[in-house]
Design a protein around this ligand. Structure first.
Ligand SMILES: N[C@@H](CCC(=O)N[C@@H](CS)C(=O)NCC(=O)O)C(=O)O
Length: 220
């Protein structure tokens, strides 16, 4: 039985959490419908999001199958659910030890780097001069670069992703890649090449076009 997926996302120019499961579902290649809720829309955004999830945040995935609807909320839970439902997409590395590290990468991003998220907030379609970075932001960028360099050195040879094949770790860090590009953060060559590969993914390109359309329409 084929499930029907609906992915509820926030304004694409801004919603970094939404980009993560979007990358995962695009990687799987499963058909899905998307609903984009306009964020920062006085009083209305929350009301609109609550129609889809009691948690009051996007992203949300609705899975309709066998007459039942399952609601999955939170970016990492959605990526995990999609990875589990579509094992052929290989969204986690095959090797158990590598998979454990990839999961750690995803979790570290999900629960960490508050200053990077706050000071370099996602504005996907724009290019912004590098701000004066706070010490905490610099430390968090250094940690991200250290982690990526380690993963890419070990697994990413030959033009690959953090763990070779594209994985949930790349989904979780996709918005960070975009932040480095948006704010012109200097990164070493190995990381720069990885960022180029990520930004060239058809899903990232499509997301960028949609974000630009929001900017052009004056809603981002
Ligand atoms: N931990 C959540 C964070 C979700 C989140 O903060 N989403 C933001 C948009 S990027 C949101 O829904 N903001 C609307 C609001 O807080 O009213 C996840 O990983 O999905």
């Amino acid at each position: 039985m084929v499930a029907r997926y609906t992915l509820v996302l926030g304004t694409k120019d801004w919603s970094s959490w939404s980009l993560r499961p979007y990358l995962a579902i695009r990687q799987i290649g499963a058909p899905f419908e998307e609903i984009v809720v306009q964020l920062r829309h006085e009083g209305k955004s929350r009301e609109e999001i609550l129609k889809y999830s009691p948690a009051g945040k996007v992203p949300v995935l609705k899975i309709e199958e066998g007459g039942e609807t399952t609601t999955v909320w939170d970016s990492l839970a959605i990526c995990e659910t999609l990875a589990e439902r579509h094992p052929d997409a290989g969204l986690w590395p095959d090797d158990a030890r590598t998979r454990a590290v990839a999961r750690s990468f995803a979790a570290e991003m999900h629960s960490g780097f508050p200053d990077v998220r706050e000071q370099l907030s996602m504005d996907f379609a724009r290019r912004v001069p590098t701000p004066e970075l706070r010490a905490a932001t610099k430390e968090q960028i250094a940690r991200i670069l250290e982690a990526w360099t380690q993963a890419l050195t070990q697994h990413g040879g030959g033009g690959g992703f953090l763990f070779g094949r594209f994985s949930v770790a790349d989904c979780m860090y996709g918005p960070v890649v975009s932040r480095f590009v948006i704010y012109g953060i200097e990164v070493p060559a190995l990381v720069s090449a990885y960022c180029d590969r990520m930004m060239a993914l058809p899903a990232m390109v499509d997301w960028g076009h949609a974000a630009q359309a929001e900017v052009d329409a004056g809603i981002a």
